[in-house]
Design a protein around this ligand. Structure first.
Ligand code: NOJ
Length: 554
């Protein structure tokens, strides 16, 4: 078991690897990834050997039975495993195999809404009386539109386009759906619902999981009186024409989060990371107290520029302050992959400028104060697929049009590229999404053979992060490097300091090196470029184009 994941605060010092189960590894040739496939690839993740990444935890995107109206984020049985991914016994094997290697297992809980096919919703929509009648958010229509249709109860919008209210003929009422109409919102204000959902948390904890990623947790509670959001003008898109003050972030949420955290904290070493939905970084920082961690996503929106990242880092540090612990993330299943986002030419090949930028981004992600989250494939700088909306599986992409713009999320969900062979080592069947077009040259096997690959860099940087307390738990101070294209900071614990210099430019950069404390010397621990072993840094240094350098104080 590796040193950091055995600590109860591993969720601060550690690194979490997000597996999108459908696309990671297919063990039974049906073209979909599955749990057995993940088990077969644990060597890639486990910290034991030099050929492994050495992460502390895996987070599995939803594995529950789902009719896939939002690819698992519409759950029809909260305590089951979708047969396409395996059985509960497979899940238990996965947990045991992970725990045997010191890897924690984090599940994705989708508790704001269920599938419309969940028996709770089926019962709820069957009539206005009965035990499940108030398990979802139902409301009468206040009247008719000019076209004679029932008018929705208020102005709330669905994130996936259109009104958040869907008319149900059976009940003669609307129900709320913050996402697809097939994802009705649960009524957390009903004590029976609250109990049932907290029982879901208990069930999975009882099965040995180490924590949860809580999907859109800040939407759980809405204004009890269902008041419309105040209007706002001057922004693009109907979503932005209102201030979302009544459909999220309600004051009572804090107590609920404290209750969930209490269940999770009943044993040490467990955690939650809340997915903050479309809210300010101030909300993210505030919610990190009743949570352990909160995703705020600021870094997923920052363009490739040192100035932009410096500003984003300063904004987050100011919001979180020294006591709260951020979660750092560059890519996930909802966003364009950052290797594509940052690859200006949009197609530089293996070892090109896009890969050099991917290494700088990795150095930053793994050395900034906070827990690092990796998205499967980013360790080989896997790129977005090109999937036009017309061929999309992603449900909102299929609804996209002139009045509702949407990025097709299939593009970030491509099969993992393991080996240069038909099926890419992902499947021996027909993959559910196309393989990345460069799978023959960009894959785990090829990059394992190449000491200069993005994968080899991730492995080295992850090892350094594990070994250096300054990197995994130190405080952080910005440094003025004297070149606008360089981001620089120092991480410091009582006994150790690390200096990080990141050249975002494709030209050399002359930087000032801050004085090391108490007459010490900065010595290079890791660089993306050739440097002498333990090279000492004087008062100034020249960084190569797109060089990321990590030095330790000796
Ligand atoms: C956030 C998830 O990350 C996303 O994939 C999903 O569509 C929505 N929540 C709704 O569950």
């Amino acid at each position: 078991m590796d040193a950091s994941s055995s600590r109860s605060d591993w969720w601060k010092t550690g690194v979490v690897y997000q597996v999108y189960p459908r696309s990671f590894a297919d063990s039974n040739a049906d073209g979909l990834g599955d749990l057995a496939g993940i088990i077969e690839h644990l060597d890639h993740l486990d910290g034991a050997g030099p050929g492994s990444l050495g992460i502390d935890a895996i987070w599995l995107s939803p594995i529950y039975p789902s009719p896939d109206f939002d690819f698992g984020y519409d759950v029809s049985d909260y305590v089951g495993v979708d047969l396409r991914y395996g059985t509960l016994a497979d899940f238990e094997r996965l947990v045991a195999a992970c725990h045997g290697r010191g890897i924690k297992v984090i599940l994705d809980l989708v508790l704001n809404h269920s599938s419309h096919l969940h028996p709770w919703f089926q019962a709820s929509r069957s009539g206005r009386t009965g035990p499940y009648a108030d398990w979802y958010i139902w409301a009468d229509s206040p009247g008719r539109t000019l076209l004679g249709r029932p008018r929705p109860p208020n102005n709330w919008r669905s994130w996936f386009g259109g009104s958040a209210w869907q008319w149900d003929d059976g009940r003669g009422q609307f129900y709320l759906h913050g996402f697809m109409p097939e994802q009705p919102d649960l009524n957390w204000r009903n004590p029976d619902v609250r109990k049932a959902l907290l029982d879901v948390v208990r069930t999975w904890l009882g099965r040995g999981v180490d924590g949860f990623r809580l999907d859109v947790f800040n939407l759980y509670l809405k204004d009890a009186a269902l008041r419309s959001n105040p209007r706002r003008i001057g922004r693009r898109g109907a979503w932005s024409w209102q201030r979302h003050v009544n459909d999220r972030n309600q004051p009572e949420l804090e107590d609920l989060l404290i209750e969930i955290r209490g269940l999770v904290d009943a044993e040490p070493g467990r955690m939650t990371v809340g997915e903050l939905f479309d809210s300010s970084i101030g909300h993210g920082a505030a919610y990190s107290a009743p949570h352990h961690l909160v995703f705020d996503f600021l870094f997923t929106t920052v363009p490739w520029s040192a100035a932009a990242f410096r500003a984003a880092i300063a904004t987050r540090e100011a919001a979180f302050g020294p006591k709260r612990w951020p979660a750092n993330v560059l890519s996930n299943h909802d966003q364009p992959r950052h290797a594509s986002r940052n690859d200006v030419s949009g197609g530089s090949g293996v070892g090109g400028v896009g890969d050099a930028r991917a290494k700088v981004a990795a150095a930053m992600l793994l050395t900034l104060r906070g827990t690092a989250f990796l998205y499967y494939g980013e360790e080989i700088a896997q790129r977005n697929l090109v999937v036009p909306n017309a061929e999309a599986f992603d449900p909102p992409a299929r609804r996209a049009g002139l009045f509702f713009r949407w990025w097709n999320r299939d593009q970030a969900r491509g099969p993992m590229a393991w080996r240069p062979e038909p099926g890419g080592g992902f499947t021996t069947g027909k993959p559910w999404l196309p393989l990345p077009p460069d799978v023959d040259v960009r894959n785990v096997a090829a990059q394992s053979q190449d000491a200069e690959s993005v994968l080899s860099y991730y492995r080295r940087a992850l090892r350094l992060r594990r070994e250096m307390p300054a990197l995994n738990s130190g405080a952080q101070e910005p440094v003025e490097p004297g070149d606008p294209d360089v981001v620089a900071y120092v991480r410091r614990t009582e006994g150790q300091a690390a200096l990080i210099l990141l050249n975002f430019a494709s030209r050399p950069a002359a930087v000032r090196v801050p004085a090391a404390a108490a007459g010490g010397t900065w010595r290079v621990s890791l660089s993306t470029h050739p440097r002498g072993p333990d090279e000492a840094l004087g008062g100034s240094a020249t960084l190569a184009p797109l060089e990321a350098l990590i030095a330790a104080q000796a």
